[in-house]
Design a protein around this ligand. Structure first.
Ligand SMILES: [Mn+2]
Length: 376
């Protein structure tokens, strides 16, 4: 049988040379290379540092675990809270589930994003243990105390993983105490504007936002809610009318398109401190059904990301963010978790850049632990 002609020897030799001698780093962007070189200098070992092989000693997105708040600028914090979810669906494992998946994602740095670990000193604060408090409000008080220490006393930017939506009150209140009344960019199927006249309990997943308004910690006139739909929406629309928030139903977000939606967001939020609260149930069940309040006809991860990156490019003063309501036991394929981890990474990159801007300088994350050899 006649074979197709061989690759000319000169070219084949070149490929052989590349295979044996040329590092992938030679064709990578300079900032990515310097980041990898810096990690290698901390005893890293190539590709192994990017995998999550036995990396329990590293935190979210491979950030170092630390509670040394004096040497940190940005903290990823787990808040494992689910007493207020309509059905306890396993939101208490949300943060640890996302942390685990975050260590398996690779190569999501895009042209628009700087490497967050080269922007500021990032730590994974770990998961705040609020259990052992039988009363929900005592459980919240534990989280509030941690957030006050992290954000108010130490000036650290928080990225918080829930937990059900109740938890958002604690980091948002702390951000407001530090930066002044917040503008909230709120993605949710629900308004979360329950009042004490509706339900006389101090902290619930439906009360976090209305409580922030009542305390002057967030401004309804600078708050925009997107993805609203479902039966509970019509029930709670009164809260939006009373407080005066701007909201867009999921249908309206679809009709407008991400670009036009982002422009509306920019008009509403203005130049004040901005906080993003992302309830996973804003997404269509195709993208997330691992919540306790699943609503069809929702947003796509692409829509949410496009809205956020357009707002980011325009420039707002982002001071904190949370992603809540992920219930990993309802996510056997981990698809929903990866969607949320992907959005978390984009928001982390954004928060890191904003933190560097507020610091007036770039600071590099340091890893006390050696990469590569310690765990294998
Ligand atoms: Mn919510």
């Amino acid at each position: 049988m006649k074979k197709y002609p061989a690759i000319p020897e000169e070219r084949r030799k070149k490929y052989e040379h590349i295979f044996n001698n040329v590092s992938s780093a030679e064709s990578m962007p300079e900032d990515v290379v310097s980041h990898l070189v810096r990690m290698q200098e901390m005893a890293g070992a190539g590709i192994e540092m990017l995998s999550d092989l036995n990396k329990d000693y590293l935190g979210a997105f491979m950030a170092p675990f630390s509670r040394d708040l004096e040497t940190a600028d940005l903290a990823i914090i787990g808040a494992p809270f689910e007493k207020s979810a309509p059905m306890n669906a396993s939101q208490r494992y949300g943060a640890s589930g996302l942390r685990d998946l975050s260590k398996r994602t690779m190569g999501t740095i895009s042209d628009e994003m700087d490497i967050p670990f080269d922007q500021c000193r990032i730590i994974d604060y770990g998961t705040v243990d609020t259990y052992g408090q039988f009363d929900l409000k005592d459980e919240m008080q534990v989280l509030i105390n941690h957030m006050q220490k992290i954000v108010v006393e130490n000036g650290i930017t928080p990225l918080t993983w829930g937990g059900d939506h109740t938890i958002s009150y604690a980091p948002a209140k702390a951000c407001a105490d530090r930066h002044g009344p917040l503008s909230i960019i709120h993605f949710d199927a629900h308004f979360d504007l329950v009042t004490l006249a509706d339900f006389a309990y101090p902290y619930t997943s439906g009360t976090w936002l209305s409580r922030l308004f009542a305390e002057g910690a967030a401004d309804p006139e600078r708050t925009i809610q997107m993805g609203i739909r479902g039966n509970m929406a019509s029930l709670c629309m009164g809260g939006s009318k009373s407080f005066g928030t701007t909201f867009y139903t999921a249908d309206e977000v679809w009709d407008l398109g991400a670009q036009a939606m982002a422009e509306k967001v920019l008009q509403i939020v203005g130049d004040g401190p901005v906080y993003i609260s992302f309830d996973a149930d804003c997404l269509d069940p195709i993208y997330n059904s691992s919540s306790s309040a699943v609503e069809p006809f929702g947003l796509t991860t692409r829509q949410v990301y496009d809205i956020l990156r357009t707002v980011r490019k325009a420039g707002v003063n982002l001071v904190g963010a949370d992603l809540v309501e992920y219930a990993p036991l309802l996510d056997p394929t981990k698809k929903d978790g990866y969607n949320l981890v992907g959005l978390s990474w984009k928001i982390l990159c954004w928060l890191a850049a904003e933190t560097a801007r507020r610091n007036g300088e770039k600071r590099q994350t340091e890893w006390a632990q050696a990469f590569g050899y310690a765990s294998l």
